[in-house]
Design a protein around this ligand. Structure first.
Ligand code: XMP
Length: 509
């Protein structure tokens, strides 16, 4: 059984970052909303309270009952958490006279405190709050200050309770990870045993215990998550895993054949189903992006359902759900407003009556990749750019035809292969081409042309939530533009998308 750390989320934008830093220390942790955490806390070795956009002084601010935690488990309270502990325990929290936002340096650190082991005076920390702790709570011992923040860190005498007003999880806090390690490892004595190897071992034995001799069906997409989930299940239950890889006709050029081949080489029991015609005829004449997504989602379920029914006695549906999807759905502020419906998040309809198994539901994306590496999955497959479920359909603006799909596949192949050949692919988070519903005038030889315009898009991002356009070298863009116009019939103009997200999104539809 892994040692586990509980992170109580008060709605801070940085809560997931706390979890990631803790995981980087090879310590398992789980995030729960402050108002919905388990009654039985016996499996948690330590607790961390996150920051929050609220002021503790506001009536509607999170005020959870910490009686099962405070004084009973090692506790680290960050920012709002630190103010919360102070406010309700004899301290004083008040609006700050000056802006306490951004970089600061520790001008005082109390001697001989394990909490600040290996943290030097003047170490940089990241502040982000408008309230400040004017007076420490009862039995509070000041541990550190900055120029503007007297009570930057404190502990409670007689308890393993620590509190800091800065954010150790943010990279700008230079020794933030050291402080987390001091608290979790040296003070709370949490084991650093959550490694990819340990995960694989535990996961395989849990999967065996859970599904026993039952059959499991899984939809492979060519992406990292479904692939890693499949390889784990394959190791656990072998031929009882039935993978289905559907060609919706909107994949990249030769993707279906290549990836199917790779899957077979990996020893997966996989069936490739070419349903391109079914998808394309269902999409005929549809221009609205959301209708495209819904149509593809519906046809995918129909095709998958048909195939799953051919597997006699299948009991389980495996999915490559990862941790950000799980915590998003229980976040303090509720799921964010739908800007685009991502059809693969909803899952399959109830009538399929399958039980769900999600081996990766506790992992972040980078952890999935590390687990994939441990499992010996090819780096090329693990490093692939994200690709939307509705595929090229949402990169062909307006109605979709077979001819447009072919044009876009060719353009996309030139761009993606070019990125690989020039060593740029791994520097980019996601790239692709968009076929615009516009014709433009050009001249080729002595002839006037009136053909399609394509846009190229390449972005840097960590999670797709925000993104910056990549400053690809002009020489590279020139080569790619020439190659596209020379090679792909029907295209006479190439433009490059220089919009960031927000306010634009990554996909055009
Ligand atoms: P946007 O366009 O919302 O994209 O900035 C963010 C990330 O999500 C991908 N994306 C999708 N993925 N189904 C998916 O599986 C979809 O309908 C979908 N729409 C966008 C997009 O490629 C980017 O990685």
């Amino acid at each position: 059984m892994q040692h586990n750390v509980l992170i109580l989320d008060f709605g801070s934008q940085y809560t997931q970052l706390i979890a990631r830093r803790v995981r980087e220390l090879n310590i398992f942790c789980e995030i729960y909303p402050f108002n919905h955490f388990p009654d039985d806390l016996s499996s948690f070795k330590a607790v961390i309270l996150s920051g929050s956009p609220f002021s503790v002084r506001a009536d509607d601010a999170p005020h959870p009952d910490l009686s099962q935690i405070r004084g009973k488990k090692p506790l680290l309270a960050v920012c709002y958490g630190a103010q919360y502990l102070a406010h309700f325990n004899g301290g004083e929290v008040a609006p700050s006279n000056i802006r306490e936002y951004g970089r600061a340096n520790l001008t005082y650190i109390k001697d001989d405190e394990i909490f600040f082991d290996e943290v030097a005076l003047h170490s940089q920390v990241w502040m982000s709050h408008s309230d400040t702790i004017k007076k420490l709570p009862s039995n509070g011992v000041k541990l550190a200050s900055t120029k503007d923040v007297e009570n930057a860190a404190y502990r409670i005498e007689g308890e393993t309770t620590y509190a800091i007003q800065f954010h150790p999880e943010v990279y700008h806090s230079t020794d933030g990870k050291q402080i987390l390690e001091n608290f979790l490892v040296k003070i709370a004595k949490v084991e650093q045993s959550f490694t990819p190897n340990a995960f694989v071992e535990d996961c395989i034995s849990e999967l065996r215990e859970k599904v026993k001799d039952d059959k499991v069906v899984l939809g492979l997409s060519g992406g990292v998550d479904s692939t890693v989930a499949a390889v784990l299940l394959n190791k656990a239950i072998g031929k009882n895993l039935y993978c289905i890889f559907v060609n919706n006709g909107l994949l990249r050029k030769n993707e279906f054949e290549n990836v199917l081949h790779q899957y077979k080489d990996m020893g997966l029991n996989v069936k490739g189903v070419d349903a391109s015609d079914r998808f394309l005829s269902a999409l005929d004449g549809i221009e609205d992006p959301e209708k495209k997504r819904k149509t593809i989602g519906r046809v995918f379920i129909e095709v998958f359902d048909d195939e799953a029914h051919k597997i006699e006695d299948v009991k389980w549906l495996a999915q490559g759900t990862i941790y950000p999807d799980v915590i998003e759905s229980v976040s303090v502020k509720g799921p964010s407003a739908t800007i685009k419906s991502h059809h693969n998040v909803g899952g399959l309809p109830d009538y399929m009556k399958l039980q769900i198994v999600e081996p990766l539901r506790m992992l972040f994306k980078d952890e999935v990749r590390r687990v994939g590496r441990t499992l010996g999955i090819d780096d090329e497959l693990l490093g692939r750019h994200p690709f939307p479920g509705p595929g090229l359909s949402i990169r062909i603006l307006g109605a979709i035809t077979q001819e447009k799909v072919q044009i876009l596949q060719e353009v996309d192949a030139v761009f993606i292969n070019g990125l690989k050949e020039h060593g740029l692919y791994d520097k980019v988070w996601q790239a692709g081409a968009i076929l615009l519903p516009v014709n433009s005038v050009g001249v080729m030889g002595d002839e006037r042309t009136y053909e399609k315009v394509v846009a190229l898009r390449a972005v840097e991002s960590t999670d797709g939530m925000t993104a910056d356009w990549v400053h690809l070298p002009y020489d590279f863009l020139m080569k790619i533009s020439n190659e596209i116009i020379n090679k792909v019939k029907g295209v006479n103009r190439v433009v490059y998308d220089i919009s960031s997200k927000p306010p634009a999104t990554i996909e055009w539809e």
